[in-house]
Design a protein around this ligand. Sequence first.
Ligand code: NAD
Length: 289
Amino acid sequence: MRIGFIGLGNMGAPMAVNLARAGHEVTGFDVAGVSVDGVKMAASAVDAVDGKEAVITMLPNGAILRSVYEEIVPAGAPGASFIDCSTVDVDSARAAHELAAKAGLLSVDAPVSGGIGGAAAGTLTFMAGGSDAAFAKAAPLFDIMGQKAVHCGEAGAGQAAKICNNMILGISMIGVCEAFALADKLGLDRQKMFDVVSTSSGSCWSVNTYCPAPGVGPQSPADNDYKPGFAADLMLKDLNLSQQAAAAANAPTPLGQHATEIYEAFVGEGGKGRDFSAVLPWLSGKGRD
Ligand code: NAD
């Protein structure tokens, strides 16, 4: 298949590499002017989309997604399928679907979970919103980039699932960082702490797969000086999305709200551009008050 891939950052680049390795002809575009193994780089987003059967976007936020879609949808080839894997607000996802539908193109919002490790290993989970036809057309590509794809419902349903998932992740990462920082102050060895928690009732993805303590557990951004990975400012974006959605739906999310405030403080105090697990060294450097 001829695939256009726009947004080749921490996530997009390894996803595009996996599509190319699977034998697809992938043409990429990123404003940062990156180069990616096996991917032919185009001079513009429109060039990357021209004549492609599938177009994948992996962009930072809803405003950028909307402006990129305004630009690329008119260049979509007849019958092309547009697949947006970015994490964005439900309204931007629906606006993107509408633009595609008006141009007679199939579209899915298909945000992912699994982090950069999952993107590189091709083990992401996709949560998709859109018509049955659009999901069916995208499914073989999800199979290459991921291990599971759930069709959550109509346009925007994938983003709804994603912000709920990431609200859990933000809360759990803070909980894990607090526990490691407390364990340090209680004189516990971090490796022992990992050995216990990773096989006990405190185990979760934030410990077992993405441990925020360097040198223990599997390789994670903590072992790479907290370079993202998943940047704290992107986590803050997702938590803000969860709180906007909770306000609109009148849903109580007290821990989600507190996690948003904690990431706001962390990003404001040097966390911007660091991995979201760097809450651990940030907390470790603080006293109780
Ligand atoms: P990133 O910042 O590393 O990558 C985004 C890329 O988009 C950058 O390379 C940037 O140059 C490019 N870009 C920005 N504007 C553009 C434009 N107008 N045209 C073309 N390219 C443009 O971010 P990421 O970590 O790869 O995340 C991408 C999306 O995936 C975000 O929505 C994020 O919330 C979501 N996500 C990230 C992770 C993670 O672990 N990093 C996990 C799941 C979902």
